[in-house]
Design a protein around this ligand. Structure first.
Ligand SMILES: *[C@@H]1O[C@H](CO)[C@@H](O)[C@H](O)[C@H]1NC(C)=O
Length: 141
């Protein structure tokens, strides 16, 4: 490999690595309907993305409600449940529409609580009941 190509490759690796280290590690669980009303937008049905990929923010990212409307990329890393992550450890983009403690007193301890659609997008549906997963997450907007 020539020197410019090598330098470019190193740059790409460096940027990929920076990108990876920008993500934080946390815990995600899931919650079921009814999803309304939410702590962010009340009973407004237009708050949910069309694909139902949304989440409730745990105490660590709730940010006094500033988390409402933020988008996160969430990737399944591992779980106490064997093979809980979907093949290839995919990521999903979710919109924050609610506050996790509203769902249950212990939910605020999770980094975020995902809708059934969002949790299902990154977990293995054949793995049985998955109470929680380890994730990496990155605020996109
Ligand atoms: C999903 O879970 C089933 C049951 O444990 C397992 O056989 C399968 O290999 C898992 N798939 C992945 C991608 O881990």
């Amino acid at each position: 490999m020539g020197s410019p190509a090598k330098a470019f490759a190193l740059l790409v690796f460096f940027l990929l690595d920076l990108h990876r280290s920008a993500a934080d590690v946390g815990i995600a669980s899931s919650y079921r309907p009814p999803y309304l009303p939410t702590a962010c937008y009340g009973g407004d049905t237009s708050q949910f993305p069309a694909d139902n990929l949304f989440a409730a923010a745990g105490d660590g990212i709730w940010d006094n409600g500033a988390a409402c409307g933020r988008w996160y990329r969430v990737r399944c890393l591992s779980s106490a449940v064997v093979r809980a992550c979907a093949a290839g450890r995919p990521a999903v983009m979710v919109k924050i529409v609610d506050r996790a403690v509203r769902i249950g007193p212990l939910r605020g301890g999770a980094t975020m609580v995902l809708s059934v659609a969002a949790f299902g997008a990154i977990t293995n549906s054949s793995a049985g009941l998955i109470p929680q997963i380890n994730v990496d997450f990155l605020q996109i907007s």
